[in-house]
Design a protein around this ligand. Sequence first.
Ligand SMILES: *[C@@H]1O[C@H](CO)[C@@H](O)[C@H](O)[C@H]1NC(C)=O
Ligand SMILES: *[C@@H]1O[C@H](CO)[C@@H](O)[C@H](O)[C@H]1NC(C)=O
Ligand SMILES: *[C@@H]1O[C@H](CO)[C@@H](O)[C@H](O)[C@H]1NC(C)=O
Ligand SMILES: *[C@@H]1O[C@H](CO)[C@@H](O)[C@H](O)[C@H]1NC(C)=O
Ligand SMILES: *[C@@H]1O[C@H](CO)[C@@H](O)[C@H](O)[C@H]1NC(C)=O
Ligand SMILES: *[C@@H]1O[C@H](CO)[C@@H](O)[C@H](O)[C@H]1NC(C)=O
Ligand SMILES: *[C@@H]1O[C@H](CO)[C@@H](O)[C@H](O)[C@H]1NC(C)=O
Length: 419
Amino acid sequence: MKMGSILVVLVLVNAVLYGLQAVANPPDLIKIQSAVAKGAVCLDGSPPAYQLDRGKDEGVNKWLLHLQGGYWCTTVEECSMRMNDSSGLGSSNKMTSLYFTGILSDNKELNPNFYNWNRVYVRYCDGSCFTGDKQESLVDGPYYRGGRIFYAIMDELLKLGMENASNVFLTGNSAGGLAATYHCDTFKNILPLSTEVKCLADASFFIHLNNPSGFVNLHGSVTYLPLSCTSMMDAASCLYPRNVVPDIQTPMFLLNSAYDTFQVASAIRLPENSDRSCLYNLTGCPTAVLDAWINFRTKFLQEVTDLGNLSTRGLFINACHTHSQSEFQSKWLGDPDSMLDNMTISEAVGEWYNDNKLIQLIDREHIYPRQCVVDASEPYACNNYTIGASYLCDVNQNKSNIPSVSHSYDRVERKMYYT
Ligand SMILES: *[C@@H]1O[C@H](CO)[C@@H](O)[C@H](O)[C@H]1NC(C)=O
Ligand SMILES: *[C@@H]1O[C@H](CO)[C@@H](O)[C@H](O)[C@H]1NC(C)=O
Ligand SMILES: *[C@@H]1O[C@H](CO)[C@@H](O)[C@H](O)[C@H]1NC(C)=O
Ligand SMILES: *[C@@H]1O[C@H](CO)[C@@H](O)[C@H](O)[C@H]1NC(C)=O
Ligand SMILES: *[C@@H]1O[C@H](CO)[C@@H](O)[C@H](O)[C@H]1NC(C)=O
Ligand SMILES: *[C@@H]1O[C@H](CO)[C@@H](O)[C@H](O)[C@H]1NC(C)=O
Ligand SMILES: *[C@@H]1O[C@H](CO)[C@@H](O)[C@H](O)[C@H]1NC(C)=O
């Protein structure tokens, strides 16, 4: 896997200010200085950080915690490079405040179910999906302390009022979605029994194709991976949601595309341009590429099916060629091509959380990836890293704003499984 390229993409995706139209400043970045004494530090030894926008009205006792994504590091060298990364994915000294959009938005129109909750953007700077717990480290880092960071931030939020919350929603995308998966049940246990707790993992249903190299040993992750899994198999296998999700007791929602760009890019390994040009125009796409995609989707849907059928589990599995859909406004609410069964992601997640509705939507009809709308305000530069990114580029490498493409390749009539 081309870690460097993918990291750059994720840095762009995560650091870029999607909500340019937002008038207000983003919520302040708050660094937890007291966490340093507990050894809960970013890769470079700096304090962990979060951003908080306070709830109001009916949302005043409700908390939504969104764990930031941004891939991970699996070697000392990668983790060292991350410490200097301008995105802040390895150091709070380099972080900037990010806008709250999508599931984090404070705008009732843009985020009708959670806009007035206390919303927290938990910033990612440990490279371990919030699992690291290595005692020893070099004086100048990297420090491997992601698991400690998770609980140091939770301690702070409990004191800020989360200990009396009526509702808590632990969410995250990509690496943050993995973290939400690993911590879901233990997180519920730090809250009062009366608190309603649910979790959402966005763009983190990584299917088990390759054995992960080094991650667990480097970060000392075993303590913070679910015991229900690590007691049954080797810790490295417990990085994979399929080995963890079936044992999670807390209600869990899986939001993912069966054509997640990040996974497809790492799983299929095509020359960079072929993926993109095919997406732009499937008509000219080589059969080998299409077959590889379809093959990936088949495996993906099989793993989802293998999880078994639990009535508390929410599913929203669409076919957009995209990665991370909860944080980005156009995907969260607005893009008709992201919808399933006439529901936006925002509606599906909202009804599942608030109304305990059974939402299990799987797009079994679009056998090819869909070009879902890219919001014109997403200021992603098109570049040569786009194979793993969540936006499209046109043939001139310009950002593509193709609104509603005709899906002429979708021969079967749209059909959803909704229960
Ligand atoms: C990170 O930056 C520091 C200070 O600029 C430099 O001394 C160090 O070599 C850099 N480390 C890496 C891995 O690039
Ligand atoms: C939680 O509620 C209790 C009882 O009302 C109160 O004493 C405590 O200060 C509250 N905690 C926070 C962090 O507000
Ligand atoms: C897609 O590619 C085919 C074959 O190269 C071409 O005939 C067609 O005009 C292209 N469609 C678009 C919209 O560019
Ligand atoms: C789950 O079970 C229900 C009822 O037994 C069924 O209708 C539904 O299709 C199942 N969902 C999935 C995703 O298999
Ligand atoms: C989809 O939802 C829209 C807006 O709520 C509604 O106007 C439309 O009739 C719905 N379409 C279907 C097929 O249910
Ligand atoms: C992408 O790479 C090609 C070939 O290496 C180069 O010609 C082109 O300028 C690059 N595009 C961008 C946007 O960097
Ligand atoms: C697309 O990119 C080309 C070359 O980079 C540029 O000349 C052109 O103006 C761009 N078109 C649009 C619509 O932005």
